[in-house]
Design a protein around this ligand. Structure first.
Ligand code: ZN
Length: 381
């Protein structure tokens, strides 16, 4: 640890000298930072050499490429204007210099509202900007707001030109904190980033922090996106499919016997653990002797989306095809019936009754089942 931190200080010192050298050797837009450069970071405040050059304050979720794209220049041009390389990490609050003649943002500052978004519980400026596919700054400007302006459910937010119309579900799934994670003793940003699969820059930005910000055991951190798979789920669950001790991995499309690919995710749990309805719906089909699935339920929601639950040890008393269930209702128990080598729930999601999609992100996002890489390719069936 000591060695690493000393090395990065040396690297930072070298980078600082390099930046100064570049600035004296070439006519660039920006002057060298007046304050110190911390390891891997752009300095907090910059003086741009040309008075007319625009500056931009980095917001959570920004990257060199997103800022460059939104303002109509190449990433190389932006890096050059700041004497930086792509490996320099941007932190919210960093000030960037733009080359002469380029202002932020290129297209979203004019044009008024292209569309409106009605704020729902859990929305944030960042989440709405993600769902609408626009930059956070473009969104804030279109609403005369800052990142700290409070938005309340029911309020209308103006979406600038170039936005994708949002739906309530899209905004909800893209909100900046998809879950929380309590810090354990001895954990660092790096450790949490690795254990959750959330990139460290996204993690620190979502917590309005930098990599050097201290974190304390017991502190609740915002996890801004789905780890590992990182694709946002097309179906949001209202309950975890297994209620109890549970481990899972992204076993979607893992190879299975007979040349098959796995079209669900396996939730590993002791036999007898409660299997629950992931959403309100109706039990539409049941098998008790599936060669592969063993005891299985099909649970269909009002939108036609259905969930497939296989390998159950038992079905809950009183339930049959046609029974209505609520999210969280126990519908059976974990087992290993059918083609299963050990107790687990095989879980599939079929949006609108169509082919299966990867349920991994939906399960990860809901929480309640712990990620365990060992089950990525374990052929449980
Ligand atoms: Zn399976």
């Amino acid at each position: 640890m000591h060695l690493i931190s000393r090395m990065s200080q040396r690297t930072a010192a070298r980078r600082g000298r390099l930046v100064s050298a570049i600035f004296t050797a070439a006519t660039l837009i920006c002057l060298a930072p007046t304050s110190h450069v911390d390891a891997g970071s752009v300095s907090e405040r910059r003086t741009c050499a040309t008075a007319s050059a625009a500056t931009y304050t980095v917001a959570p979720g920004d990257s060199w490429s997103s800022v460059a794209t939104a303002s109509g220049m190449t990433t190389a041009t932006l890096l050059d204007a700041n004497g930086a390389t792509a490996s320099v990490v941007l932190h919210p609050g960093d000030v960037l210099c733009f080359p002469n003649g380029i202002a932020w943002p290129a297209s979203t500052s004019q044009g008024g509202c292209a569309a409106k978004h009605v704020v729902v519980r859990g929305d944030s400026w960042f989440g709405i900007s993600r769902a609408a596919g626009v930059s956070l700054n473009g969104l804030l400007e279109a609403n005369d707001a800052t990142a700290t302006t409070v938005i309340r459910p029911g309020a209308e937010v103006c979406l600038p030109a170039g936005s994708t119309p949002t739906t309530t579900a899209a905004a909800a799934t893209a909100r900046s904190c998809v879950s929380e994670r309590a810090v354990a003793a001895g954990e660092s940003w790096y450790v949490i980033s690795r254990s959750t699969g959330v990139p460290i820059d996204a993690l620190v930005a979502a917590n309005n922090a930098s990599r050097s910000s201290p974190i304390h055991p017991g502190q609740n951190l915002c996890l801004p996106e789905v780890g590992f798979g990182r694709d946002l789920p097309s179906v949001v669950l209202d309950a975890a499919p297994v209620s109890g001790a549970c481990r899972f991995a992204n076993s979607w499309q893992a190879t299975r016997g007979g040349g098959r690919l796995h079209v669900g995710v396996d939730l590993i749990s002791p036999a007898g653990t409660a299997v629950v309805a992931a959403a309100n719906g109706t039990l539409t089909r049941q098998t008790t002797d599936g060669a592969r699935s063993g005891n299985a339920w099909w649970l269909t929601t009002s939108t036609g989306t259905y969930f497939f639950y296989a390998h159950l040890a038992s079905f809950s008393n009183g339930l049959s095809v046609g029974s209505r269930v609520q999210a969280g209702d126990v519908i059976g128990s974990v087992g290993s019936t059918g083609n299963a080598v050990s107790p687990h729930l095989h879980f599939e999601i079929h949006p609108s009754g169509a082919g299966p999609v990867n349920p991994y992100s939906a399960i990860w996002m809901f929480g309640g089942c712990n990620y365990d890489r060992r089950f990525e390719q374990t052929p449980l069936s």
